[in-house]
Design a protein around this ligand. Structure first.
Ligand SMILES: *[C@@H]1O[C@H](CO)[C@@H](O)[C@H](O)[C@H]1NC(C)=O
Ligand SMILES: *[C@@H]1O[C@H](CO)[C@@H](O)[C@H](O)[C@H]1NC(C)=O
Ligand SMILES: *[C@@H]1O[C@H](CO)[C@@H](O)[C@H](O)[C@H]1NC(C)=O
Ligand SMILES: *[C@@H]1O[C@H](CO)[C@@H](O)[C@H](O)[C@H]1NC(C)=O
Ligand SMILES: *[C@@H]1O[C@H](CO)[C@@H](O)[C@H](O)[C@H]1NC(C)=O
Ligand SMILES: *[C@@H]1O[C@H](CO)[C@@H](O)[C@H](O)[C@H]1NC(C)=O
Ligand SMILES: CC(=O)N[C@H]1CO[C@H](CO)[C@@H](O)[C@@H]1O
Ligand SMILES: CC(=O)N[C@H]1CO[C@H](CO)[C@@H](O)[C@@H]1O
Length: 565
C-alpha cells in the first residue's frame, strides 16, 4: 500500500524519462501460434448487411420481423406496399407492389435509400431484380442525389415481363462520383403502360466492384482495408432463431434470412460460402464455430437434447470438407475467453496466462476482446468525443503482448467486433467504422495497433532479459525462420521511455533496423473520417551487440524489426 504522500512522489517521479535495455536471447523459446491475430466477424451494427457485404440496397427481400417499406419510397406518384400475397419463393415471402394511378403518363417507380444512403463512387455497379406483372418496355435504373437531384447514373434496360411468373433481370452501369452519401437507387418504368394497375418487384440488388470480383461478393474497399490484419450473432435470441448454416447457402432467392440478434434483419446473402470465399481471398484460416446450445436470450439446450444439433454440426462439416466419413466432432479441448475491459482491466490481465497449466491438447481461444470504456466507466462510442482512445489502445497492446508471450497456450485470438456502420451501431466501439460517404472507412487507434502487431509475427517467442521490471513497459520478442527479429514494447505510462534492444548472440543482422511507433495523449481518438493517430516509421542505426536505441513516447507502442543484412 502507498500512502497518498508516496503516491504523489511516484506521480512526479514517473514524469521524468527512463531508459531500459532489452537483451533478446537467440536460443530456446516456445513456438508461437500463427493464428494469434484474427478477425472475429459477426453481423452486428450492420457490419454484414450494409457493411462488408457488397449489396447496397436495404430490405430487398422483406426479411426479419417487421420489414414493412423500410428504405423504399415512391417516385412519381406511385403507391407502394409490402405484398405478402405475391411471393418470390418459399424463402422470400413478400414483394414490393408498385401501384400506378390511372391517368399516369410519366416515368414512375420507386427508390431505395440503402443503409444510411447509397454510396455512389465512380465505377461500375452490377444490378439484379425480379419483376412480375404485365410490362413490355424500358426500365430505367438510376443513382440520384436525394436532395440535389443530381443523376450519377442512368441506365435503360428493355424488359418483357408477364403476370404469370417472375422475370429475372441483371444489368450493369457506370456511375460518376457523388460528393456525399445522400443518394438513392431508383427503378423507373413507363407509367402510361401500367396506369390503373401494378407491377411487383423483389430482391432488388446493387453491387459496386467486389473484392476479387466475386459474384455476391464483399465490398472491395472494405476488403482491402481489413486485408491488413485477421461471432455470437449466430447464437440466436432463442434456439429456433439461431443461425442455420443450411439456410445461408444456394441461390439468394432461396435464403429466407432471419431476424438477427442485434435488432435488424440479416439477409444471409453473406452466407457460409461467402464467408469462406472471403477467407480464401484474404488467405485467412477460417475457424468454424458451431452452436453449443446457448442462446443469447436464454433457452439453454444440453445433454441428449443436443443430439440433433450435433448431427447438424456433423452435416455442416461434411458439406464443407466434402467427406461423408465425419462421424465425430474433432478432438481437443478449447476454452473461449472474452474480455471487454477498461484500460486498467487489460493492464492487470497482462499476466492472465503466465501461470496457466499447460495440458497437451488443451488450448485457449480469446474469441473476443476490446477496450470498451474508460477507467472512469465512460462507454466509448464513435459518435461522441470518446471514441477509442490512445490509452485504451495501448492497454490492448499490453494485453496482446501477454497473449503473445503465452502463445504456446493461447492459440487463437480475435479482436471484436471489427466493423460498424456509423449511425447504425448498437455495440460500439468497433475496430473499423464505415459510412455510405465517399472514402467511407476509418480505422480506430486499435485498428492501427492490430495492424502493427499482426504484421510482425515471429514463429518462436524468445526470452528477454531486461534491466527493468514490467510496468509501465511491457515487451515480447520473437524471431522468424527467415532470420527476422521482432520486439514489441508498450509504454503504458505518462513518461517517455528510451529503449535499447540488443540481440547479443545474433549474427548476420543488418546494422539498419526499423521501428514503427504509435503514440498520443491518453484521451486522443480517431473520429469518423478524421484519423489523428497512426504509426510512424523510423530507421535506426546500431548493431546486434551495441543495440539500437529509440524513444517510446508516453502511451506509446513500438514494433522493432531487425533483418538479415
Ligand atoms: C410462395 O410460397 C409458398 C409457400 O408459402 C410456396 O408454396 C410457393 O411455391 C411460393 N411461390 C413461389 C413462386 O415460389
Ligand atoms: C396480363 O396479361 C395477360 C395476357 O394478356 C392477361 O390475361 C392478364 O389478365 C393480365 N394481367 C393483369 C394483372 O393485367
Ligand atoms: C436446415 O436444417 C434444419 C435441421 O438442422 C432443418 O430443420 C431445416 O429444415 C433445414 N433447412 C433447409 C432449408 O434445408
Ligand atoms: C515457454 O513456455 C513456458 C511454459 O510452458 C514458460 O515457462 C517459458 O517462460 C516460456 N518461454 C518463453 C521464451 O516464452
Ligand atoms: C545484455 O547482454 C550484455 C552482453 O551479454 C550484458 O553485458 C548485459 O548485462 C545484458 N543486459 C541485460 C539487461 O540483461
Ligand atoms: C512502415 O513500415 C512498415 C513495415 O516495414 C511498412 O509495411 C509500411 O508500409 C511503412 N509505412 C509507411 C508509411 O512507410
Ligand atoms: C439498424 C439498427 O441496428 N439500428 C440500431 C443501431 O444502434 C442504435 C443505437 O444503439 C439503435 O438505436 C438502432 O436501433
Ligand atoms: C528522453 C530521452 O532520453 N530521449 C532520447 C531517446 O533516444 C532517442 C534516440 O536515441 C534520443 O533522440 C532521445 O533524445
Amino acid at each position: 500500500m502507498f500512502s497518498s504522500a508516496s503516491l504523489l512522489l511516484l506521480t512526479s517521479f514517473v514524469t521524468s524519462a527512463y531508459s531500459a535495455t532489452f537483451n533478446v536471447s537467440t536460443t530456446g523459446g516456445n513456438a508461437s501460434s500463427p493464428l494469434l491475430y484474427g478477425l472475429m466477424f459477426e453481423d452486428i451494427n450492420n457490419s454484414g448487411d450494409g457493411g462488408i457485404h457488397g449489396q447496397l440496397l436495404k430490405n430487398n427481400g422483406f426479411q426479419g420481423d417487421s420489414p414493412g417499406l423500410t428504405a423504399y419510397a415512391s417516385v412519381g406518384g406511385t403507391s407502394l406496399s409490402q405484398d405478402t400475397t405475391v411471393n418470390l419463393t418459399t424463402a422470400i415471402q413478400s414483394s414490393l407492389k408498385v401501384s400506378v394511378p390511372s391517368g399516369t403518363t410519366a416515368s414512375v417507380g420507386f427508390s431505395n435509400s440503402g443503409y444510411g444512403g447509397v454510396p455512389v463512387n465512380a465505377g461500375t455497379y452490377a444490378n439484379y431484380f425480379y419483376i412480375k406483372g404485365n410490362y413490355s418496355g424500358t426500365v430505367t435504373l438510376r443513382l440520384v442525389g436525394s436532395t440535389s437531384g443530381t443523376v450519377f447514373a442512368s441506365h435503360d434496360v428493355t424488359v418483357t415481363s408477364s403476370s404469370a411468373k417472375w422475370t429475372y433481370v441483371e444489368t450493369s452501369f457506370t456511375a460518376s462520383q457523388s460528393s456525399d452519401r445522400s443518394n438513392v437507387w431508383q427503378l423507373l418504368f413507363d407509367g402510361s403502360k401500367v396506369a390503373g394497375s401494378a407491377l411487383w418487384f423483389d430482391l432488388v440488388q446493387s453491387f459496386p466492384a467486389t473484392y476479387h470480383g466475386r459474384f455476391n461478393g464483399i465490398r472491395n474497399d472494405v476488403g482491402e482495408f481489413l486485408e491488413a490484419i485477421g461471432g455470437s450473432s449466430w447464437e440466436g435470441g432463442s434456439p429456433g432463431a439461431r443461425w442455420n448454416w443450411n439456410e445461408t447457402i444456394g441461390p439468394l432467392e432461396n435464403r429466407p434470412g432471419r431476424q438477427g440478434d442485434w435488432s435488424y434483419p440479416n439477409t444471409d446473402a453473406l452466407g457460409l460460402m461467402e464467408y469462406l470465399q472471403w477467407c480464401d481471398d484474404m488467405s485467412l484460416t477460417p475457424v468454424l464455430a458451431i452452436w453449443s446450445g446457448l442462446s443469447l436470450g436464454g433457452g439453454i439446450i444440453s445433454g441428449t437434447a443436443l443430439t440433433p444439433y450435433v448431427e447438424d454440426a456433423l452435416n455442416e462439416l461434411e458439406f464443407l470438407l466434402g467427406s461423408t466419413s465425419t462421424t465425430t466432432l474433432p478432438s481437443g479441448i478449447w476454452t473461449d475467453i472474452h474480455h471487454y475491459e477498461s484500460p486498467s482491466g487489460f493492464v492487470s490481465s497482462f499476466n492472465e496466462f503466465d501461470n496457466y497449466p499447460r495440458i497437451p491438447g488443451y488450448g485457449i481461444f480469446v474469441g473476443e476482446y476490446a477496450n470498451t470504456e474508460t477507467d472512469s466507466g465512460t462507454q466509448l462510442l464513435w459518435s461522441n468525443t470518446a471514441a477509442k482512445q490512445v490509452q485504451g489502445a495501448i492497454s490492448e497492446a499490453v494485453y496482446m503482448i501477454g497473449l503473445e508471450r503465452n502463445s504456446d497456450l493461447v492459440k487463437l485470438a480475435s479482436y471484436a467486433p471489427i466493423l460498424e456502420h456509423f449511425g447504425l451501431a448498437e455495440w460500439p466501439p468497433d475496430l473499423v467504422g464505415l459510412s455510405s460517404a465517399p472514402n467511407p472507412l476509418t480505422g480506430s487507434i486499435s485498428y492501427y495497433v492490430q495492424k502493427l502487431f499482426s504484421t510482425a509475427r515471429g514463429d518462436t517467442i524468445r526470452a528477454v532479459s531486461a534491466d527493468v521490471d514490467f510496468g509501465p513497459l511491457y515487451w515480447v520478442a520473437s524471431s522468424t525462420t527467415r532470420g527476422k527479429w521482432y520486439v514489441k514494447i508498450a509504454n503504458y505510462g505518462m513518461a517517455s521511455q528510451n529503449a535499447t534492444v540488443k540481440i547479443p548472440s545474433a549474427s548476420g543482422l543488418s546494422g539498419t533496423a526499423a521501428v514503427q511507433v504509435l503514440s498520443g495523449s491518453a484521451g486522443t481518438s480517431n473520429g469518423p473520417a478524421a484519423v489523428s493517430v497512426q504509426p510512424v516509421n523510423s530507421t535506426l542505426t546500431g548493431s546486434a551487440t551495441a543495440g539500437w536505441t529509440f524513444d517510446i513516447p508516453a502511451y506509446g507502442v513500438a514494433v522493432f524489426t531487425a533483418s538479415p543484412a
